[in-house]
Design a protein around this ligand. Structure first.
Ligand code: SF4
Length: 419
């Protein structure tokens, strides 16, 4: 049995600049700043373009580089986008596939496991708003979306599984950015929302920063199913006068909906008592004093994230240089038989197994924990599934597995056995 008091040192060997290229395994373990440094060193030796050409064809590397794109230098961002765009023309997306053509990579059983644990779906990569202190490092401007036909295939085939995690339909993105335009098959966010209602039997919660579009506010204020849901407009740091004007717009929409004989849905103005804080995500590096860095990011779920650029596992953890968004986020490359052991770094385990979907902040705010300070209790429990086994793990605040127990499944009854 692992000693629960056992402490793992958070320090690790940081890759130094070297003329030798790093292995893809090593690159996938780089923190965002280390990734930037590494790309910088490739630029100096004239190897960046050929590296990005290869990386854009490697699903995990493409996912990793895209996720941290806001951290890259402007010329590096432009080059990465140019290369990814060109590859898209060579390998066009297929409307009959699942998002990311996941069916080519995973077995039916593995797909069921993945979709049962999806907690968030990023419909669009990049965000029209481009807030300076975005805690998720959304890059300004929408660059890519998951085709509606692929989302429809996913919800139609895996609605039962998706109903378990009830994923919200945004992550580092503004939901209303999924709007009718070329390439979107004339669909909008509302159409995707409807897929979740119809095939997965839940009404996704929505938090939006689109505060001006009347059509969007009408949607937010309209009841879209008999299921319970939450609709929030994000108003971080908004002045009283603007708040009142927005409240007025929301009420107007509610009245119009009721007048037309439809049911209205309450829209809450979320975050007026807070402001966007510096120190999460990319702005972590700008803080001189570690005391100025918030303890927690805004991620609140463990589990699987699907984006137009990759499939990831998520695990909420305190903010650090290694994990500046307060979440371990790692491309989910495969689901293997490799066992999970105490002493493993969770980030590596997350590349080959599925983190089970959980809301990681359950009860936190109602227990008086301050929003943006709560990251959960550590060591923290999670469940992780490999191809054949299911484990209960206890993870320290640096992301190392302290204890690991194999969960034996006996029908509905789960018993834990020490590993
Ligand atoms: S609207 Fe949200 S996701 Fe978009 S940049 Fe602002 S904080 Fe980030």
């Amino acid at each position: 049995m692992a000693n629960p008091e056992m402490k793992f040192r958070p320090e690790r060997e940081v890759p130094q600049h070297t003329d030798e290229p790093l292995s893809r395994d090593r690159i996938l373990n780089l923190s965002p700043q280390e990734t930037v440094n590494y790309l910088g060193s490739l630029e100096e030796t004239g190897d960046l373009e050929s590296f990005l050409e290869d990386a854009a064809e490697d699903e995990a590397l493409k996912a990793h580089l895209s996720y941290w794109e806001k951290w890259l230098e402007k010329d590096q961002q432009a080059l990465l986008e140019k290369i990814i765009d060109r590859k898209k023309e060579i390998y066009p997306l297929k409307s009959e596939s699942l998002p990311l053509e996941l069916e080519k990579k995973f077995t039916e059983k593995q797909l069921e496991m993945i979709f049962s644990n999806v907690k968030a779906i990023q419909l669009t990569f990049g965000c029209s708003k481009g807030c300076a202190f975005c805690g998720f490092d959304a890059i300004k401007g929408v660059r890519e979306h998951i085709p509606y036909s692929q989302l429809a295939n996913m919800f139609q085939r895996y609605g039962k599984e998706l109903s378990k995690g009830e994923p919200f339909l945004y992550w580092a993105s503004e939901p209303s950015d999924y709007a009718s335009k070329e390439g979107l098959e004339d669909r909008t966010y509302e159409d995707v929302h409807e897929l979740a209602v119809q095939y997965a039997g839940y009404d996704p919660g929505v938090t939006s920063f689109n505060l001006t579009d009347k059509k969007w506010i009408d949607f937010m204020a309209r009841k879209t199913s008999a299921y319970r849901t939450g609709r929030r407009l994000s108003v971080f740091g908004m002045k009283e006068e603007k708040l009142q004007a927005l409240q007025h717009r929301v009420r107007e929409s509610e009245e119009e909906i009721k007048f037309s004989g439809k049911k209205a849905q309450r829209v809450s103005l979320f975050g007026k008592e807070y402001k966007h804080v510096k120190g999460m995500g990319k702005t972590f590096e700008e803080e001189e004093d570690v005391e100025d860095v918030p303890k927690a990011g805004i991620a609140c779920v463990d589990g699987v994230l699907l984006t137009p650029r990759g499939l990831f596992n998520l695990f909420v953890i305190p903010i650090s240089r290694e994990y500046p968004q307060g979440v371990i986020i790692t491309p989910l490359e495969k689901i293997s038989d490799d066992p999970v052991k105490s002493g493993d770094e969770l980030r590596e385990v997350m590349r080959r197994s599925v983190v089970e979907g959980e809301y990681s902040h359950a009860g936190a705010i109602s227990k008086g924990e301050e929003f943006q300070r709560y990251f959960g209790r550590f060591p923290k429990k999670a469940k992780v599934s490999t191809a054949q086994q299911r484990y209960s793990v206890s993870v320290d605040k640096y992301g190392y597995v302290l204890e690991c127990k194999l969960i034996e499944s006996d029908g509905e009854n789960l018993t834990t056995v020490e590993k």
